[in-house]
Ligand binder design. Structure first.
Ligand SMILES: Cc1ncc(COP(=O)(O)OP(=O)(O)O)c(N)n1
Ligand SMILES: Cc1nc(C(=O)O)sc1CCOP(=O)(O)O
Ligand SMILES: [Mg+2]
Length: 368
């Protein structure tokens, strides 16, 4: 395909006059450029994800799935498509997403790259169909494989983050809810539960969305108390269910295997049942009587000791824990703690978070 006045090497520099591009050829060139750019984009995004699967997680299966997808994408990148490239005229190379410069953690980075790959595959599917019907089909299948990879990888990441979490903030209604939670996140908090027993659903939804966004920005896990529907509606990382809430088996059917389900327990029997039902973590309490959960008798430090010896899943001591008694709870065997008032009513939530975490991390390294 040569334009009029084209400098042709095959004629030793003699300028040959040939027919200009037809309109059809021009459109084809544009389609080729779109395919060329998106083939690169999809592979680059997958490479970023693959590096984490390989070096971060050491996961052979997910690494090899990324590699296979990259190779399959590369097999569609023909010389004809590459020849349509025109980077100098491509206005898109300068455009970056505002958040690209300020991504806060591995989860945000992975999420952004999955988004990039899926968008590119969708473009390849739609424009590929114009060139070759098999191309449309192939990229549609790859897009579904990437969704599966995303579900598995993000679910795995969630569980890893839960294992690493030492301090859990359960919120209470507050005029400064977002400010307090953000201050705690700045102190290093990585696990938040939105708990409000009385608000209207419209307010709950608004606040849950704001907290979810905040948690995503800080790379923290976001859990919703009591309500599986709300957790799903805001794409939360999971839900916390008490003994009077929905059974774990039903919640699991709704939430799938990748989201987290926590269960409150007050005695060994409830603990064993929660583990058997497939809870991802449990609350162990109330360690001390607390106005936040009025009328519930303390399970005491004895139950903390029991949990330390018998729980096979992550567990959080909860109920009346603050800076003055956290070391007693740690001494009874806890390495994870959940609090409401300690942080929600703190004058300096960042400092209190840092202090509580420093105690929990100190004991962690001593126990190793
Ligand atoms: C981490 C954690 N542990 C326990 C609870 C209490 O749950 P539940 O017994 O359902 O009581 P409410 O919080 O719903 O009043 C919790 N929320 N989080
Ligand atoms: C929400 C909740 N659940 C508990 C349980 O034992 O299941 S204790 C509790 C409240 C904890 O609040 P604070 O840190 O203010 O004492
Ligand atoms: Mg509940």
């Amino acid at each position: 395909m040569k334009q009029a006045g084209y400098y042709d090497e095959s004629t030793n520099g003699v300028v040959v006059m040939v027919e200009p591009y037809s309109q059809k050829q021009q459109i084809q060139q544009v389609v080729y450029r779109i395919l060329d750019a998106n083939l690169d984009r999809a592979r680059e995004g997958l490479r970023v994800i693959e590096e984490w699967c390989r070096f971060g997680l050491n996961n052979v299966q997910m690494t090899s799935e990324c590699k296979q997808l990259r190779q399959e994408i590369a097999s569609w990148h023909t010389a004809e498509l590459r020849a349509a490239r025109d980077t100098l005229c491509d206005t898109g190379t300068e455009i970056t997403h505002p958040q690209e410069e300020t991504r806060s953690g591995i989860r945000a980075l992975l999420q952004a790259n999955f988004c990039r790959v899926q968008e590119a595959l969708r473009v390849l599917e739609e424009y590929g169909k114009l060139v070759n019907s098999n191309m449309g089909i192939a990229f549609k299948q790859m897009r579904y494989r990437v969704y599966t990879l995303e579900t598995n990888l993000m679910g795995y990441e969630r569980h890893q983050m839960l294992l690493r979490a030492r301090l859990y903030l359960v919120t209470s209604p507050s005029e400064n809810l977002i400010g307090t939670v953000e201050a705690a996140l700045k102190g290093g908090l990585t696990l938040i539960q939105y708990r409000d027993k009385n608000a209207d659903d419209t307010l709950r939804l608004d606040l849950a969305v704001s907290l979810r966004d905040l948690c995503r920005n800080y790379g923290a896990l976001f859990i919703v108390n009591d309500r599986v529907d709300l957790a799903l509606a805001v794409d939360a990382d999971g839900v916390h269910l008490g003994q009077q809430d929905m059974p774990i088996s039903v919640a699991r059917q709704l939430l799938g295997p990748q989201r987290l389900i926590g269960r409150s327990t007050t005695n060994p029997q409830e603990m064993q049942q929660a583990i058997a039902d497939g809870a991802d973590y449990i609350g162990v309490g109330p360690v001390y009587e607390t106005p936040t959960k009025e009328g519930k008798a303390a399970a005491g430090l004895e139950y903390v000791q029991y949990a330390a010896q018998h729980s096979t899943i992550p567990w959080f001591a909860i109920g009346g824990i603050d800076t003055s008694n956290i070391n007693d709870v740690i001494d009874a065997g806890a390495s994870r703690v959940a609090v409401v008032r300690s942080l929600m009513q703190a004058e300096q939530p960042t400092l209190v978070t840092q202090y509580l975490l420093s105690q929990l991390n100190r004991i962690q390294s001593e126990r190793k």
